[in-house]
Design a protein around this ligand. Structure first.
Ligand code: DGY
Length: 320
């Protein structure tokens, strides 16, 4: 009998086809994620789970899957939705999809910088609402970007890709925080690793690229926002939980900082009564960092290859 794989949402065909060559593949058919009950029951007996960041993969789900489970392939580079230690304890391999979404996500961060600096949101809404009356000498004035200081929090692959774009394209000065020094980045982009407080108080653009863990949860909160410049722009393409959204709302409403561009929120989607949605100076996208045809196709193939390896008792090619 063929081994079973449960895929928790429809993903691009290349990955599904590859999986079908090896397994019985059960793909959750709805556009919305399976609820807990469905997730548990469809996982039962699977040798592998292909999961999304909206699926909580914990001991309970691993129990529900049962002893056949050999691998969990997250269809994302981030894996804060998975209890990796628990999986490790059970010798279940966990994989992710790094690299292939770096450029796509960095591009979205740049889009958010431009949109936040130059009032894209108000401009688009004005045109749609037929409120564009004339060329306004004083209308929608934004921030120049040339030569400004860029602060990257979390100098991994995506942080570096954002830095390359803004240092090379806009001649920005680069400061960053990171667990370790990055001599190649310093040499390539003239970067300087600094303490978080220095980054926050000197940067004009602050872009978040850290993973979400207990140490980075609400890293951006009232006190850290208070250190930022009044014309600072905050961009988050990492995880919503890194930012305390109530504190961000206050900082944006009171114009303590200039604007924010968010591709990620906590929770996702934002609740309908979220006050952040009402602000002119807060641009919010529905977590589309990796949403290009190419990145998503490649992610599907990587996740499939992770599960094929795990089911064969081999190391995943892209382990977390
Ligand atoms: C990831 O891969 O972690 C991204 O957030 C998905 O867009």
């Amino acid at each position: 009998m063929r081994k079973r794989i449960f895929v928790t949402r429809a993903i691009p065909e290349p990955g599904i086809q590859l999986l079908r060559e090896h397994f019985d593949v059960d793909v959750w058919p709805d556009p919305l994620p399976p609820n807990r009950e469905n997730l548990r029951s469809r996982a039962q007996g699977a040798v592998g789970l292909l999961t999304l960041l909206s699926d909580q993969v914990d001991a309970d789900l691993m129990d529900a899957a049962g002893p056949e489970l050999r691998g969990i392939a997250n269809y994302a580079v981030g894996y804060n939705n998975i209890d990796v230690n628990e999986a490790k304890r059970r010798s279940i391999a966990v994989g992710n999809t790094p690299d292939v979404l770096t450029d796509a996500t960095a591009d979205i961060a740049i889009g958010l910088v431009l949109a936040a600096a130059r009032h894209f949101q108000q401009g688009i809404l004005q045109v749609r609402a037929l409120e564009w009356r004339t060329w306004e000498p004083l209308g929608l004035l934004g921030q120049d970007l040339q030569g400004k200081t860029l602060g990257i929090i979390g100098m991994g692959r995506i942080g570096a890709a954002v830095a390359r774009r803004l240092v090379r394209g806009w001649n920005m000065k680069l400061v960053y925080t990171s667990r370790s020094d990055k001599p190649p980045i310093d040499a390539e982009l003239g970067g300087r690793r600094v303490h978080l407080d220095e980054l926050l108080s000197t940067s004009d653009i602050i872009s978040l690229h850290t993973d979400l863990n207990p140490g980075t949860k609400h890293l951006i909160q009232r006190d850290t926002l208070a250190l930022m410049k009044r014309d600072a722009i905050l961009v988050n393409t990492a995880r919503g939980g890194v930012v305390d959204q109530d504190a961000l709302y206050e900082a944006l409403r009171s114009k303590q900082i200039f604007a924010a561009g968010l591709d990620v929120t906590d929770p996702e989607p934002l609740p309908s009564d979220s006050s952040l949605r009402q602000l002119d100076n807060c641009i919010i996208l529905p977590h589309i960092g990796s949403a290009t045809f190419d990145a998503r196709n490649k992610m599907s193939i990587m996740a499939a290859n992770n599960l094929i390896a795990a089911a064969n008792g081999e190391p995943m090619p892209f382990p977390v």
